[in-house]
Ligand binder design. Structure first.
Ligand code: F6R
Length: 262
């Protein structure tokens, strides 16, 4: 795992965006996995800027989102489909039919999860997966003790995640759905590259455990230690509990530019 510590979330997001740029230029029909929540917003703003100001072309790109709440229709203000449309898709030249978000309203949830997995396979697999991390270490909505072999399926959120996400529902925990559909950890680990973003003190413990703790399902993100191409883009606050922070800075600062953006 490569740890990239930047002075703030904006600079870290710009560094992460350079990975996206490189991929889309090298492979115009790239398949990109996307996350929602507050963390990737700066990355998405930078992708929009790169499209508008530098002509970054998303016309052949396909996307798959990590997760969706069960019971929220796509037009619901807090559905992840709506989030993606508002915060990214409608500002770039991606074809809407090439964007995929799990169906939170499916009548047959297991069948729709299997179809989602198949659609990823049919698209050629995910080249680059963007991840956030929960304060409890979840990736996607794979909460602590999720199987490392899991595929797209229904999950129940922890109370910690429900409380964390209440901020998107007028601070009313009773409005936060308790169930979701999420790509599994096995699905995420199949991505050819994973980039995780984490900002703020609230993520510091989870980041320290993810990077320097044992690989254990109680800290789902720790499985990234086992991924051959995983990069973490974090700010100083999220890095504040890393024991080897100065080593990670030294490694990154010593790399040639072409390797930093690869
Ligand atoms: C959302 C997702 C979640 C979030 C995590 C952090 O698609 O996959 O794992 O990344 O809950 O959320 P924020 O960024 O709001 O702190």
């Amino acid at each position: 795992m490569e740890i990239i510590i930047k002075e703030n979330g904006q600079v870290a997001s710009e560094a992460a965006a350079r990975i996206v740029v490189r991929l889309v230029k090298e492979k115009p029909n790239a398949v990109i996995g996307l996350a929602t929540g507050s963390t990737p917003l700066m990355l998405y703003r930078e992708m929009i800027r790169l499209h508008k100001e530098e002509g970054l072309d998303f016309s052949q790109v396909t996307t798959f989102n990590l997760d969706e709440y069960i019971g929220l229709p796509p037009e619901h203000e807090q559905s992840y489909r709506r989030f993606m449309n508002e915060n990214l898709f409608k500002h770039i030249n991606i074809k809407m039919e090439n964007t995929h978000v799990p169906d939170g309203m499916a009548e047959d949830v297991p069948a729709s999860c299997a179809a989602y997995e198949q659609a990823i396979i049919d698209a050629g697999g995910i080249d680059l997966q963007v991840l956030g991390i929960g304060s409890d270490g979840h990736v996607g909505f794979n909460e602590p003790t999720s199987s490392f072999a899991s595929r797209t399926r229904i999950k129940t959120l922890t109370r910690e995640t429900v409380a964390d996400n209440a901020r998107f529902f007028d601070d009313d925990e009773s409005m936060v759905p308790h169930h979701c559909v999420t790509m599994g950890i096995g699905t995420i680990m199949d991505a050819r590259m994973n980039i995780m973003l984490a900002f703020g003190e609230r993520k510091a413990d989870a980041i320290a455990d993810t990077v320097e703790g044992p690989i254990a399902s109680i800290m789902p993100a720790s499985i990234l230690q086992y991924h051959p191409a995983a990069k973490l883009f974090i700010d100083e606050a999220a890095a504040s509990k890393l024991k080897l922070a100065s080593y990670y800075r030294w490694v990154y600062d010593g790399k040639p530019k072409w390797q930093k953006d690869a």
